[in-house]
Write a protein that binds this ligand. Sequence first.
Ligand SMILES: [Zn+2]
Length: 239
Amino acid sequence: MRQQPKSDPKPSEEFIYTDLYNAICERHLPPDTKLGEAMLAEHYGVSRTIIRQVLLRLSSDRLVKLEPNRGAFVASLSLEEARQIYEAWRLVEAAIIRDVTQSITPEQIASLRSLIAAERVACDEQNYPLLTRLSTQFHVQLADLCRNKFLGRFLKELIPQTSLAYFYEIRKMPVCTKDEHSEILELIVAGDAEAAVSAAKQHLDGIESSLNARVAFDRQMSLVDKLMSPNPVAKIRSL
Ligand SMILES: [Zn+2]
């Protein structure tokens, strides 16, 4: 999924932060995966001090948990917390859609339509990491259009947490389907805020309804294998 860092002169802290952030958000690293400092330092060819800084930043994003005497792990959620995230997401998304319906411009509509077109291509090509990223981007882009910056920021902080909730999902497909996004967007374009809110609620309800505590986590692969895995969804599906 990403170039072998060892071949680089020395990856920057920013590179490693982004790499691990994406690895968690694109579901390469399941909750509770141990993030060994020494292993990561060797993998990226940098000092443990740099790795420690990166892990600290990821813990302030609430994607990594730091445990005294045990080290760093990918953060995990209880099933109840996962449900609470979707509950919060539905409420904020509804407020964002009501605002965006009043203010969206033709340029913004065109940009969202082209994003959905890219989702279709990624889906047809079964490029799941890309589809996951684009699906998330749809919601982030809507949040960016909201004139209430606090609401937009809140949603953008919430969305990465859904990567952790994902591991409770029964279906092993990216969370967002292209046609549901298209339906939400076209209702916004038509100026029907309440219908768009209702479509978004159904969209998020559908994801939440597939959460189940019995879903197995992929705990067998090594950390480095997971980081280098090209297609996490396919690997998880094979369980
Ligand atoms: Zn979605």
